[in-house]
Design a protein around this ligand. Sequence first.
Ligand code: NMX
Ligand code: MLT
Length: 472
Amino acid sequence: MAFFRGLTAVSRLRSRMANEATTLGGVRWLQMQSASDLDLRSQLQELIPEQQDRLKKLKSEHGKVQLGNINVDMVLGGMRGMIGMLWETSLLDPEEGIRFRGLSIPECQKVLPTAVEGGEPLPEGLLWLLLTGKVPTKEQVNSLSKELLARSSVPAHVYKAIDALPVTAHPMTQFTTGVMALQVESEFQKAYDKGLSKAKFWEPTYEDVLNLIARLPPVASYVYRRIFKDGKSIEADNALDYAANFSHMLGFDDPKMLELMRLYITIHTDHEGGNVSAHTGHLVGSALSDPYLSFAAALNGLAGPLHGLANQEVLLWIKSVIEETGSGVTTDQLKEYVWKTLKSGKVVPGFGHGVLRKTDPRYSCQREFALKHLPEDPLFQLVSKLYEVVPPILTELGKVKNPWPNVDAHSGVLLNHFGLSEARYYTVLFGVSRSMGIGSQLIWDRALGLPLERPKSVTMEWLENYCKNKAA
Ligand code: NMX
Ligand code: MLT
């Protein structure tokens, strides 16, 4: 049953989309009715039995329907294209890009509540959407901001654990150490040890996920200030929303940077379930490891250069171009540098994708942000030039399935523009954002009672024999 909000600035789009609820993944529009509407947990409580029934029906009515054939290439090729898991919060289309609970990025930018009139979405709104499938009101988002703030206090031992590492340790190592130290407070682990019934697993998972999301900005900003700002931490500003407060604690208060951080977190939250970090979080969680353990594992996947670390690699690569050619790099010099990178056996960071076959809409919306707020920035202009130069070269290589830029090709130059120039830190920002998608799905994993993940592996000998027998 769909409820309609009263007529607001975005009401035309909202009502059009509400009418198209089935084509847009069943996103619902919620009318503010009572104080409990402001409570995310009670919203979930209502939704869970409905979704449990839906899953039961899917299993009993369609459990034996075939979803395609697995071939040897897929087994040897990193399971590309193999449908292998349930992930409710978002879905990725190779041509169109990501939809969060049925909504594309431009649609989210239109309908999710903002801090600034006509500005970027508040990530708390996207978290609400990911968890419930419903577009929240501004009041609901404000209430969630306050709830996250109330949950954000970090025990002293977490900072001590980080301090035990050399300051030269990679920011992702320091950040993940902080997450592991937060695990000491896991409500799920405590409840499980006491003997919790399966039907209630989602409840302490919810507590852990909300606490984790709330505590990541203070931990992440501590890491940043420890490494790059002589350890001088900045107190939270309780009047600010999640993203703005994070930016403030990092040391960046320019209103445009606050808007960038809102957009940045929103678009990095989730990218369906098969990417390395999301899949890892889901896999580890399936063993009933608590959300801290699951998310720390996910972060270790994110820290790889073919995944989240690519945002660091992009800015370092761009800076190396300028170092070698000077600031007024020509198109020919750029082409030469791209070829030099490829010939040295390296990838061009920020280009290509395991699923996408077009320009990543997360790249496009960052480009729009740059065109609006920093069109003259020389690094942005270089990124624009790369958009023209790199895809034809990757196409010419003949083996790259997607020559177009992904999310990481753009984020660094935006952050750099506002003074956050330390590229080695960038993946931590990705990690903070990704907690919202991975955490939301972990709650649903437990609510739906999803089982231990345990696919079958085989040896080369097994494959050879199987293929021989098949051919005979
Ligand atoms: N530069 C050079 N070679 C590339 C690139 C690239 N940007 N992208 C793909 N290739 C190569 C790839 O290494 C492979 O070569 P080989 O057969 O010699 O092993 C070949 O093209 C086919 O790869 P694809 O099937 O097109 O891509 P795949 O799905 O295997 O990998 C990525 C996807 C994202 C790992 C790959 O495109 C890549 O390495 N890109 C650069 C790193 C990057 O930007 N990663 C960030 C992804 C987004 N994120 O945030 O996680
Ligand atoms: C992501 O956001 O996780 C990346 O684009 C990688 C992916 O989707 O495989």
